[in-house]
Design a protein around this ligand. Structure first.
Ligand code: NAD
Length: 257
């Protein structure tokens, strides 16, 4: 029997209070990891959610912040490393959007969505790499992408382009930092029956029809995405670097004629 034991490990997660993150937080904590949780939600609201999720208070620390504010993000990452100096795994998970067709989306809104889904991840990478290099930690940074990075999608052009940029950025970073022992990987879910996409899926028939067609009628569960994270955070995955791990039933293969 293989069981995954993450005790002794500290893992930072951005967007930690979201719908997929709920399952990641619960499973990573159950595997014994200590968690550093970052999210826009106020600390009190987060604490009551985490209690609802039955995550023991001693297994996490929480910081409320906006990940698109690079100065604050860097300060919080530095504080988290002061508190947890051996932290070697970071999940750049915050992201998402509503529907935003190009024609009816303002330039400012288009850029806001791109900044949240791409540039904020580069701010995180910069802050974390600086700590790992200074502390000589062979850390592991894992970004959350989406199958839409590779399958052109209707109605979400800024988000899909940001995720495509993110996947390429991850592979560039995997190459640039390989000599420091730092690894960079990506988990790329298909359409998940949870979170921001759930409302859109339920309310927009065109989006629903598109999703079911490209994903062969299957949507992913947040539990299966969490499972992929537990695996990639574990010693079983210790030699995986620069990869896009698609947990998507094959939606990201594309070529649906
Ligand atoms: N839900 C899906 O179908 C799906 C599919 C593929 C990929 N993904 C990706 O998975 C990740 C999580 O998606 P989800 O649907 O669970 O998200 P969600 O909308 O349920 O949660 C997002 C979380 O991010 C937080 N957040 C929002 N703006 C923030 C900011 N500026 N700074 C810090 N935190 C902020 C929110 O408070 C929330 O807790 C995202 O990267 C998303 O792109 C989701």
């Amino acid at each position: 029997m293989i069981s995954i034991d993450l005790s002794g490990k500290t893992i930072l997660i951005t967007g930690a209070m979201g719908a997929i993150a709920e399952h990641m937080v619960v499973r990573l904590a159950a595997a014994g990891a200590k968690l550093v949780l970052l999210d826009l939600k106020p600390a009190r609201e987060a604490a009551s959610k985490l209690e609802e999720w039955k995550v023991p208070a001693e297994s996490y620390v929480y910081y409320s912040l906006d990940v698109t504010d690079s100065a604050t993000l860097t300060r919080v990452v530095d504080t988290a490393f002061d508190r947890c100096p051996m932290m070697d795994t970071v999940l750049g998970h915050a992201g998402g959007c509503g529907l935003h067709p190009f024609a009816s989306t303002t330039e400012a809104e288009f850029e806001r969505i791109f900044r949240f889904n791409f540039f904020a991840q580069t701010y995180l990478a910069r802050a974390v790499f600086a700590q790992w290099i200074a502390r000589k930690i062979p850390g592991h940074l894992i970004f959350t992408s989406s199958y839409v990075a590779r399958v052109p999608h209707t109605l979400i052009p800024s988000y899909a382009s940001a995720k495509a940029a993110l996947e390429n950025f991850a592979r560039c970073m995997a190459l640039e930092y390989v000599s420091s022992g730092i690894r960079v990987n990506v988990i790329s879910p298909g359409n998940v029956a949870a979170g921001s996409s759930l409302k859109v899926f339920e309310e927009d028939p065109a989006y629903r029809e598109f999703v079911l067609r490209v994903s062969l009628g299957k949507r992913n569960s947040p539990e299966s995405i969490a499972g992929a994270f537990v695996f990639l955070c574990s010693p079983l995955a210790s030699e995986i670097n620069g990869q896009i791990l698609s947990a998507d039933y094959g939606s990201g293969i594309g070529n649906r004629l």
